[in-house]
Design a protein around this ligand. Structure first.
Ligand SMILES: Nc1ncnc2c1ncn2[C@@H]1O[C@H](COP(=O)(O)OP(=O)(O)OP(=O)(O)O)[C@@H](O)[C@H]1O
Ligand SMILES: [Mg+2]
Length: 509
């Protein structure tokens, strides 16, 4: 008999127009790290939302057994009581509260009708120590980086005596170092007997950390196997249902003239005069090329793109901009940039890219209404046609263009913001972490799309922390370090490799 801590049997979950899960079986052994993988929209998050009571009994069909006991949760609270904790990619912390307040949020220790701060503080310190986090419980959460915030989420879960810890894409926005830390911590938790369910699109991490892997595809269980019996190729084949010979469709691009250039682009730090967020940056883009921008988190890559895009306001910046060879004033705001053919796609799609409560059609045409309107009136036929075409070309998984954005899986949301950007008909498209949280198959589609756009004469600037992607897809690569352009590398002449990029990213000359 196998010692299962969790058995999910014949789970089926329907949404209007979507069969998210169909007769899924998912068995997890006590004390293991069990990876759950699959393409965008395969049903991973939905399955975990059932396990954690987000979708309570009555909203799904099937049976759940935890620790030998049949379970039916009415709410998240019930699953927490049973020792299940879920950590989402989007963190659930309250930024303005302290570490300690967050850890005990909704779970406060009360003595004589008052919160027992002393005990809470003591327990927080213990938890932080266990996580090797050298912070005070009184630190306000927003002062911590994403990696540390992630750990606070875990502290919160551990504080509730978690038996099964679910991590849904925990490392997708972490740096390499923070991801490594997190993986190390998971090993530690495993050693202390906690069972972990790990969802990730980073297959190398999955293969490194997990004991067992379950693959979902189109809402069905495809396979559950010991990790030792899997490799990247077999895993991808299970995921996408076909062989994928290559991950990057590298194409040769004929770059044309320089269409965009900045000289001495400088953004002083608002709060610390004399210091720079961006320091005399020189940068150029040719017609029809893919320019990669690499660097460590915090190097200023996003600030660079946002400042060019007018998102910081013209007053925040100094330096010269040349568009099509003509010197011009910095963009006052994003609208002006878009009208001039410069589009920026944020890395934070939930905050800047999507209105989650609106439908796909509204989201997609939001930035390009002038292109589908005549005398201020939207041409609905044209809108429907353009949106439909985008959804089809990028293979967005949705029952209709009237689906609300929040109901799409993470990867499909990313495709939607890309369609939105393309409809503005940009000449230069800045893509900030365009494949974050996206499965291998969809990544390939996005790369192909990039090549196609470039062939049409669009220039793409791709900011990315995934070095293999930068190296494989770019014609030229800029490496940023602490607000400066540290190096410019040519994919033909410079033999770009990860080591080289990391050397410059760390400030090497
Ligand atoms: N609240 C909802 N309403 C309608 N459809 C939904 C809802 N939540 C999820 N879906 C649909 O169910 C399917 C499974 O989605 P789910 O979020 O579980 O995928 P996932 O495997 O987690 O994908 P990703 O890797 O992109 O996060 C998708 O087709 C998605 O659009
Ligand atoms: Mg998901």
């Amino acid at each position: 008999m196998k010692d299962y801590i969790l058995q999910m049997k014949n789970i089926t979950k329907l949404f209007p127009g979507v069969k998210a899960l169909s007769d899924v079986t998912f068995n997890v052994m006590r004390g293991e790290i069990h990876a759950l993988v699959g393409e965008n929209g395969a049903g991973k998050s939905t399955l975990m939302k059932i396990l954690s009571g987000v979708y309570p009994k009555g909203e799904y069909v099937g049976e759940m057994i935890v620790d030998g006991q049949k379970q039916e949760y009415g709410s998240i609270k019930d699953s927490e009581k049973a020792g299940i904790a879920i950590i989402y990619q989007e963190l659930g912390l309250v930024n303005t509260m302290t570490v300690c307040e967050n850890i005990f949020l909704g779970n406060e220790i009360v003595k004589n009708g008052k919160i027992d701060w002393d005990t809470q503080n003591k327990k927080s310190i213990e938890l932080l120590k266990m996580l090797h986090l050298n912070e005070s419980p009184n630190t306000v959460v927003e002062q911590l980086g994403t990696g540390k915030q992630q750990l606070i989420e875990i502290a919160k879960a551990l504080n509730k005596n978690v038996k099964i810890l679910i991590l849904d894409e925990p490392t997708s926005s972490l740096t390499e170092a923070d991801s490594e830390n997190l993986l190390e911590l998971l090993r530690q938790l495993k050693a202390s007997g906690i069972t972990c369910i790990y969802i990730s699109h980073k297959l190398n991490e999955v293969l490194e950390i997990s004991d067992t892997i379950t693959v979902l595809r189109d809402g069905q269980t495809i396979v559950t196997k010991p990790t030792s019996d899997m490799n990247e190729t077999s895993l991808i084949t299970y995921m996408v249902g076909r062989n994928m010979d290559e991950c990057y469709p590298k194409a040769k691009h004929e770059a044309g003239e320089v269409i965009f250039e900045v000289k001495d682009w400088t953004v002083p730090k608002k709060k610390n005069p004399g210091q720079y967020m961006l320091n005399h940056v020189n940068f150029k883009v040719r017609r029809g090329e893919i320019v990669g921008v690499a660097g460590l988190v915090g190097a200023g890559r996003t600030e660079f793109a946002m400042s060019l895009f007018g998102a910081l306001g013209e007053k925040a910046t100094e330096g010269e901009i040349y568009l099509n060879g003509q010197k011009r004033k910095p963009f006052k705001n994003p609208r002006e940039a878009i009208n001039s053919g410069v589009m920026y796609l944020s890395e934070d799609r939930k905050r800047y890219g999507l209105v989650l409560s609106s439908d796909l059609r509204t989201n997609i045409t939001m930035a390009s209404l002038d292109k589908i309107s005549r005398m201020g009136v939207i041409d609905l036929d044209q809108e429907t046609e353009k949106v439909g075409k985008g959804i089809k070309e990028l293979n967005v998984k949705t029952p209709s263009m009237l689906q609300l954005a929040k109901n799409l899986s993470g990867g499909n949301q990313q495709k939607v913001v890309i369609i939105k950007a393309l409809l503005t008909e940009p000449a230069i498209l800045f893509l900030d972490e365009p494949t974050r949280g996206i499965d291998v198959g969809a990544k390939y589609e996005i790369y192909q799309l990039m090549n196609m756009l470039v062939d049409q004469g669009i220039s793409i600037v791709m900011i990315s922390s995934e070095l293999p992607e930068v190296i494989s897809m770019s014609d030229r690569v800029y490496v940023m370090s602490e607000g400066k352009m540290q190096a410019e590398l040519d994919s033909e002449a410079d033999n770009i490799c990860q080591e080289k990029i990391l050397y410059y990213a760390a400030g090497g000359k």
